[in-house]
Design a protein around this ligand. Structure first.
Ligand SMILES: C[S@@+](CC[C@H](N)C(=O)[O-])C[C@H]1O[C@@H](n2cnc3c(N)ncnc32)[C@H](O)[C@@H]1O
Length: 251
């Protein structure tokens, strides 16, 4: 999976959606039992930045398995305790945090229940564990891309099967991870696109599964995919409405 990429490429591909999502997700999830707090699967720091703005860097920790993203957080957000680690094995003692958040990460975890159980372990009893994942049914900001990819290539990868992307799944994982007071919900953001090119170009930056797929195509097939995407989107300027499933629960 291509998350060993430059932070700027990620920002232009997914950060444009995940930065506004972070504010809405945190407002929905709540502050938990207060600082310090943990951002799991932080990427180059969309949600981490929102946590730092609210609490100060010294009260925020962040982990990600991608070395390039952890390096970006260290550079961008001095004072944050940024570490190279996966959700399934968090390098923190029991009950360290008042809250742990995972934005757009559960569907990439090798074992989502184990990852959420680890988040529960490192949060104090009574604190909050919260996660969100794009709704790949109706509302992923890259949904038109995958629809167009399947139109031209029946063998294109399928992201709709990723864990946590269907209604109710995140809540089930949270309950299976031993969390209490599980509440499911949705978080939604609108992101303006001035041109079709603004939407399309970051798919060519080799970020994530969509970027991997575009990089695997011949120039001719890539051009057909680009045309198929353009036909599926409104005339520019247009807004992308991005919807995520969310869960919050008590450790
Ligand atoms: C779509 S990005 C989300 C990044 C960031 N949270 C945001 O909202 O922009 C998915 C992130 O999950 C990370 N990731 C993948 N598998 C993971 C795992 N098992 N545990 C923690 N993070 C993981 C990737 O390295 C990547 O940074």
């Amino acid at each position: 999976m291509s998350f060993e990429v430059a932070a700027d490429a990620y920002d232009r591909y997914m950060g444009r959606f995940s930065r506004p999502l972070a504010a809405e997700f945190l407002a929905w999830a709540g502050a938990g039992d207060g600082p310090p707090v943990l951002d799991v699967g932080c990427g180059p720091g969309a949600l981490t930045t929102t946590l730092v703005d609210a609490l100060g860097a010294q009260h925020v920790a962040a982990v990600d398995p991608s070395e390039s993203f952890v390096s970006a957080v260290v550079l961008r957000l001095p004072g944050v305790d940024a570490r190279h680690a996966s959700a399934e094995r968090l390098p923190f003692d029991d009950g360290t945090f008042g809250a742990a958040y995972a934005q757009l990460v559960v569907h990439f975890m090798t074992d989502p229940v184990a990852g959420l159980a680890e988040m529960r372990r490192v949060v104090r009893p009574g604190g909050t564990v919260a996660a969100c994942v794009w709704n790949f049914g109706v509302g992923s900001p890259i949904g038109p891309f995958w629809d167009a990819a399947h139109e031209i290539d029946p063998h294109a990868p399928v992201e709709t099967g990723r864990p946590g992307t269907r209604e109710g799944e995140l809540a089930r994982f949270a309950a299976d991870a031993g969390l209490a007071d599980v509440v499911g919900g949705t978080v939604e953001v609108d992101i303006p696109m001035a041109t079709f090119e603004e939407w399309w170009e970051p798919f060519t930056f080799r970020v994530g599964p969509a970027g991997d797929y575009v990089a695997s195509l011949s120039p001719d097939t890539r051009e057909r995919l680009r045309d198929a995407c353009r036909k599926r989107l409104p005339d520019a300027p247009f807004d992308v409405t991005a919807r995520a499933w969310a869960v919050r629960a008590t450790a």
